[in-house]
Design a protein around this ligand. Sequence first.
Ligand SMILES: [Ca+2]
Ligand SMILES: [Ca+2]
Length: 207
Amino acid sequence: MGGRSGLVATLIAAGLTIGGAATAGIPDPEFSNIGNVVYAPGGEVAYEVTIGSSDGPVEGAVVRLRFTAEAEGLICWCDGQTHPEIDAVTDLNGVASFNISAGGCLDPALLGAPPVEVFADGIFMKAVGAVSPDGVDGAGLPATGGWNPGTTCAVSVGDAVFHTSPLKTGTYSFCTDFDSDLDCDLTDAVILTSPVKVGDFCPHTGP
Ligand SMILES: [Ca+2]
Ligand SMILES: [Ca+2]
């Protein structure tokens, strides 16, 4: 290799090293942490995903939640909430945080396919379900059981009743496991408390 091409090779190698440090790798499902999507009508319940690569957390990745057509028809979307695609960018710890204003529990086991696909920088990461303190309508029906939330998505007494049994007995219920750790305990109760207390709701006049 001649002097000139050797120098070019060195510069390219240096450039790649600097570039690699700045981008911190390509999003990889194996190094990422993605639970079921969680949301409430007031948008106050944060849904966080962590995107990583073999080099560690990936900063600046665009995380996209894509809701299926089936999910679109079942979720109680608050007026003004963007959907079916919702984006957020990861911070220096690889965490993307969403505050989605909506209601309705979507258990993949009760649907034709998982209701939400999660992508990072266009790379498919995981297909997940969706949960919410707003689990049932005024008649106590869940989204997958023919609910009709009408013109408001709301966390009301019926929702408190719906979630109380799993929380009280510690029995696993998909719709009440808000933090996706496969049990229903105090951390889920804490997430539920504020929306119940304030009577969280939003107008739902559009599709
Ligand atoms: Ca409700
Ligand atoms: Ca839990």
